[in-house]
Write a protein that binds this ligand. Structure first.
Ligand code: NAD
Ligand code: UFG
Length: 343
């Protein structure tokens, strides 16, 4: 049985991926420093998987601790590297935090892997690397200058990984996620935004549950059919399943290049108003929203071409926007029930 290391394993996408790795029969070892997640995620993963999760609290910025951890687990066959900070606005305010954690942490990880001859890694990249591109965006679209330090860390990490494949036996799959949303069907794991959410779907569910008074739609004067921005919203469980496909691709040596990159999206774009309408239709909850000014830095529309992931990884999405809305809502209600019982 192959042993897979998942960094950031108690985070939003990491936790769903650990579950799908368990479902696929992999042995998993996860690390996290709980910077943006909580230890109780571990028991919820275990409940869903009916399997104990091998977990250690390791900070990837701590090179010595990371090296000691990897040396102890040198039978790891592949790594999925999620651990990073991801708030675009915060990255503008504190760029060094982002370069230290996202880039420095990745370099630490690669050094520890090289010392132990571990040569397969799946990296969490983002559609943010494409900036304002003409959709559907494929993997050959140009990579413009990054619009934020966060976006830059993703571009730099891809380059670091590519350079390292040229200098060693390392094999890399970089997955560029579009907009991950939704939660596990069990409503035991999901997204846990700390403070006021930046992202649309958590803001919708928090408004619907009464945690926020009103959702502001950031601009309705864009050159799109209803004037609001268009994104490719993809269910987090579909994203998790793509990681299992990427691991199989690496372990079965299906690659023709040492560094491969794939978009993870649905191939469909939805406007902000369409997402709100879908939420209202699927949940029966009327949402309090208003139209406000544009948000600085938003691209007008972006959605993926997903042909490459289908043709090469044999992966495509199985869940639609409706399912994203119902699972995100069930998760928000489960959080509210948990909070009211602990008060
Ligand atoms: P998340 O914050 O929920 O998960 C990241 C996890 O990494 C957290 O549990 C956090 O505690 C942990 N972590 C952060 N720094 C660490 C460190 N130094 N050592 C150990 N653990 C550390 O975020 P997510 O949404 O699950 O994102 C996972 C990855 O996917 C990130 O690399 C992110 O940049 C990327 N990504 C996310 C999105 C998105 O919209 N969610 C989009 C594109 C790419
Ligand atoms: N939106 C609102 N109101 C809100 C929140 C969002 O109208 O309260 C709109 C945004 O303007 C945008 C859409 O909803 O049009 C989606 O916004 P998100 O913040 O959910 O997602 P983004 O596409 O803006 O951001 C995502 C990732 C980032 C990444 C960025 C790059 O969350 O990590 O894509 O494009 F950097």
């Amino acid at each position: 049985m192959s042993k897979i290391l998942v960094t950031g394993g108690t985070g939003y996408i990491g936790s769903h991926t650990v579950v799908e790795l368990h479902n696929a029969g992999f042995e998993v070892i996860a690390i996290d420093n709980f910077d943006n997640s909580y230890p109780d995620v571990i028991e919820n993963i275990e409940k869903i998987s009916s399997k104990k999760l091998n977990f250690e609290n390791v900070d990837i910025r701590d090179k010595a601790a990371l090296k000691a951890f990897i040396a102890k687990h040198n039978d790891i066959t592949a790594v999925i590297h999620f651990a990073a900070n991801k708030a675009v606005g915060e990255s503008v305010q504190f760029p060094l935090k982002y370069y230290e954690n996202n880039v420095g942490g990745t370099v630490n990880l690669l050094q520890a892997l090289q010392e132990n001859n571990i040569n397969n890694i799946v990296f969490s990249s983002s559609c943010t690397v494409y900036g304002e591109a003409t959709p559907p965006v494929d993997e050959n679209a140009p990579i413009p200058v990054a619009q934020s330090p966060y976006g830059n860390t993703k571009q730099i990490c891809e380059e670091v990984l590519m350079d390292q494949t040229k200098a060693s036996d390392l094999k890399v799959v970089a997955l560029r996620y579009f907009n991950p949303v939704g939660a596990h069907d069990s409503a035991l794991i999901g997204e846990l935004p700390i403070g006021v959410p930046n992202n649309l779907v958590p803001f919708i569910t928090q408004t619907a549950i009464g945690k926020r008074e009103v959702l502001t739609v950031f601009g309705d004067d864009y050159p799109t059919p209803d004037g609001t921005c268009i994104r490719d919203y993809i269910h987090v469980v579909d994203i998790a399943l793509a990681h299992v496909a990427a691991i199989n691709y690496l372990l079965n040596k299906k690659y023709t290049e040492a560094f491969s990159v794939f978009n993870l999206g649905t191939g469909n774009g939805n406007s902000v108003l369409e997402v709100i309408q879908s939420f209202e239709k699927e949940t029966g909850v009327k949402l309090n929203y208003k139209i406000g000014p544009r948000r600085t830095g938003d691209v007008v529309q972006v959605y993926a071409s997903c042909e490459k992931a289908l043709n090469v990884l044999g992966w495509k999405t199985e869940r639609d926007l409706a399912n994203c809305m119902t699972t995100a809502w069930a998760w928000e209600k489960a959080l509210a029930a948990k909070n009211s019982s602990s008060n």
